[in-house]
Write a protein of this length. Structure first.
Length: 264
């Protein structure tokens, strides 16, 4: 679902000319994604002040799909977001103390993460990063935001790093890496479909992997050279990883701190 949004954003971010038809179409879809499944190609063309032929070309460039398939992408994306919060559980479990519960859970999980982050694994990880010609960060949905965070942090330390938004560019980057490079894959579960795919590509090419994860028994972790383990605590009432993401970020920051001391 994230790739649908990422591709639309890529169209918008690829040019400063916001009069281009593909940018206008992308911006309209992002702002009206819930309407798209019920629109005809003529209605979308009219809303974007363009032609049905331009919409068809947009679909081909988007993912070599038909307009009907684009509408199904939008429908699935909307349905996924609609179920972001499990309100029944909120009513039963959270009541007025849900904010306090969140911070208690977060505090406990961060303490667990601190205990789980092995200093030897951390030292080995930063040495692998230091020796690598390039460090490529991978992640999907919220983990992608952490990968981008890491990209900026390590770039500022003078390390050659990469981090791409959509799935296709991440796969392409994995296929372009060499044994002199290093892949850092961030995934709380280590088992999402895209993470399985990217891990298979990296493993097949013999690229060393650093896994930052909450699941040391995952497909990703079992194929990693080093594992930076975080707490596996989460709040099941939410799809968004409001506890998990901060534990993963604390792991990224721990690596950053250790690396900065290494190159000091």
């Amino acid at each position: 679902m994230y790739n649908f949004m990422a591709k639309l954003l890529n169209f918008i971010e690829s040019s400063t000319d916001h009069t281009k038809s593909e940018i206008i179409i992308s911006e309209y879809i992002l702002g009206n994604v819930e309407k798209l499944p019920d629109m005809t190609i003529y209605e979308l063309a009219d809303a974007c002040h363009t032609s049905p032929a331009t919409i068809t070309r947009f679909c081909k460039k988007f993912d070599n799909i038909t307009f009907k398939e684009l509408k199904e992408y939008a429908r699935s994306f909307t349905e996924f977001n609609f179920n972001e919060v499990r309100y029944e559980q909120l009513e039963e479990e959270f009541e007025r103390e849900h904010i306090d519960l969140y911070y208690r859970e977060l505090e406990t999980s961060l303490k667990e993460t601190r205990e789980l982050i092995n200093s030897d694994a951390l030292v080995r990880t930063v040495h692998h990063m230091f020796k690598a010609k390039k460090v490529a960060f991978f992640g999907v949905t919220f983990s992608h935001l952490l990968a981008r965070n890491a990209f900026f942090k390590f770039t500022r330390l003078g390390k050659y790093t990469t981090s791409y938004s959509n799935h296709e560019n991440q796969i392409q980057e994995a296929e372009n890496l060499t044994s002199r490079d290093l892949a850092v894959v961030i995934s709380f579960s280590g088992e999402t479909n895209f993470i399985l795919q990217i891990t298979k590509v990296l493993s097949k090419r013999g690229i060393p992997i650093i896994a930052i994860t909450g699941n040391e028994q995952s497909f990703l972790a079992k194929r990693a050279k080093e594992i930076i383990k975080v707490s596996n605590r989460k709040l099941t009432q939410f799809k968004s990883p409001i506890v998990e993401e901060l534990n993963l970020l604390s792991a990224v920051n721990s690596i950053y701190l250790a690396y900065s001391l290494l190159i000091k």
